[in-house]
Ligand binder design. Structure first.
Ligand SMILES: O=C(O)CCC(=O)C(=O)O
Length: 253
């Protein structure tokens, strides 16, 4: 799927973007599945496993936040299908250097206007459990690839993803987890480039590694910013059970 230049860019800059990997009609199908999840989330008032998926619901300033659905597959099998689409897994195959992977993430991030949801700058290696028994970098190149598919257009105002180019160069910087709205990550102690907003059209996909620092700010626009995230680990790198029925499935890339 990828050229040598793209593979090199992934490992040096820390991320690549592939425009229009999915057609608009396909994004429409993903979007409809995500809206069905949103309807389920509307009926819940706290974080729970529902229909086999983990719905993460929080509250901020008295307002309900539908933050994410982790391992969306059981509640919405259409999203399992898209998360195992060969256009995503083919890229993961090239980047992992493996024909198979454990799929750890099949997730939707919702970000509605003024809901305050943000993701402080972080590295996904922390989420994978680096430094604990949960995680081993088996292929010596991070052993993990995450993809982020734009469902809505990502504009500068609706809380787009930001990447810090080349921030993967020093591996694990032991940053905090990226799920706490209140966290205030001090990046000034590291020698880093400026964060770059990734303005995506629906169907564009960003791929990034476990050491690439990324995050996003609240949605201050009047339209939603929804993304569909899938993550693939080199077989055996992960030993942890992720919430959701069937998570961590060994798949053929
Ligand atoms: O949805 C976002 O803006 C953040 C995504 C993210 O942090 C991740 O995919 O690890």
């Amino acid at each position: 799927m990828l050229s040598k230049e793209q593979i090199n860019e992934f490992f040096t800059r820390g991320y690549i973007m592939i425009e229009a990997l999915f057609e608009q009609s396909e994004v429409g199908e993903m979007s409809a599945a995500i809206e069905r999840l949103k309807t389920e989330a509307d009926s819940l008032d706290q974080t729970c496993i529902h229909k086999g998926s983990m719905f993460v619901i929080t509250e901020k300033d008295g307002q309900k936040q539908i933050r994410r659905v982790s391992w969306a597959a059981p509640a919405e099998p259409e999203l399992k299908k898209w998360g195992q689409d060969k256009r995503l897994t083919g890229v993961a195959k090239d980047l992992l250097g493996s024909d198979t992977a454990n799929q750890l993430i099949n997730q939707v991030h919702f970000k509605y206007p003024h809901d305050g949801v943000r993701y402080p700058f972080h590295q996904d290696c922390k989420h994978r459990g680096i430094g604990t028994d949960a995680w081993t970098d088996i292929n010596g190149k991070g052993s993990y690839v995450q993809s982020l598919t734009a469902i809505d257009e990502a504009t500068i105002d609706n809380g787009p993803m930001y990447f810090i180019p080349y921030s993967c160069k020093d591996g694990n910087l032991e940053l905090e987890l990226g799920y706490n709205d209140e966290a205030d990550t001090d990046l000034s102690v590291h020698d880093l480039a400026e964060p770059v907003p990734i303005l995506m059209k629906p169907g564009d996909v960003a791929f990034f590694g476990p050491y690439t620092i990324h995050g996003s700010f609240p949605n201050t626009s009047e339209s939603p910013r929804r993304v569909f995230i899938n993550g693939y680990a080199y077989p055996g790198a992960n030993t942890r059970n992720y919430p959701g029925e069937g998570s961590g499935e060994l798949i053929t890339l």
